[in-house]
Design a protein around this ligand. Structure first.
Ligand SMILES: [Mg+2]
Length: 251
């Protein structure tokens, strides 16, 4: 039986609003013991916060260890590929927890890395401080390059937009870690002990969730409850294995 790797925003909920068809699907998976995990580019929430966020909307049967996010992936990526332990970061609790769990020391004394994972309360002063570390030799690590974020009132600046600002100012280029980069999938598969042929990527975003499947040869299901609709498929040239209106169609 394949494991569903479910995207969160636009797939399970929109902001703070539950997608009822997604809940029906998840309840079906729980009842039938169909395995699933959550794979998200959002680095802001910890596993615990993700679970609580979903429970507040009405989800049940969710466990912390089901979540894998781009903060976890970027910390594991840096551990594997670079030397250095001191980190300054622009981010929220999800990134902070991932950094600490991976043994990084959070420091403003000549950090080796500046992680950028979106903090909605960060200001010009914080950005300039981060820039000074980058110009002093710290390496720029963006958790994800999402252009925009869906919000209840429309859209907000995604981490990729903030990261682009840092790339422009520092003349560095961050490694590409999150969806649609195959790196995210490799780290996720290692984390959960899964193989490509064991998983189905499910998401609302053709350019991240579905492109990742297209880039890696992994089966995909595109659900039209989030930012893209089936009209975008030809325009973007990104082709899912299967298209559904809602996840309820998978029951
Ligand atoms: Mg999404």
């Amino acid at each position: 039986m394949k494991t569903y790797c479910l995207d969160l925003d636009g797939t399970m909920y929109r902001g703070t609003a539950i997608i009822e068809s997604a809940k029906a699907f998840l309840d079906h998976c729980l009842e039938k013991n169909i395995p699933f995990i959550f794979l998200t580019n959002n680095a802001m929430r910890t596993q615990d916060e993700n679970r609580i966020h979903m429970e507040k909307m009405g989800y049940t049967g969710i466990k912390n260890e089901m979540f894998y996010n781009s903060a976890m992936a970027s910390c594991e990526f840096v551990r594997k590929n670079y030397e250095g332990n001191k980190v300054y970061y622009i981010g929220q609790s999800g990134l902070k927890e991932a950094l600490l769990e991976n043994g990084f020391e959070i420091s403003e004394e000549h950090p080796d890395f500046v992680f950028v994972g979106l903090n909605k309360n960060a200001n010009y002063h914080d950005y300039s401080k981060a820039l000074s570390f980058l110009l002093g030799g710290a390496k720029l690590i963006g958790t994800n390059k999402d252009h925009i974020l869906a919000s209840p009132n429309g859209f907000e600046m995604g981490n990729g937009a903030i990261l682009a600002m840092f790339e422009f100012a520092s003349k560095q280029v961050s490694p590409d870690i999150a969806k649609p980069s195959p790196t995210m999938l490799e780290l996720c598969m290692e984390h959960f002990h899964l193989k490509k042929e064991d998983i189905i990527l499910v998401g609302d975003n053709l350019e991240t969730d579905i492109r990742l499947g297209q880039n890696t040869g992994v089966e995909t299901i595109f659900v039209q409850t989030g930012i893209h609709t089936k009209e975008d498929i030809d325009r973007l040239g990104i082709f899912p294995t299967r298209v559904v209106n809602t996840l309820e169609e998978l029951i």
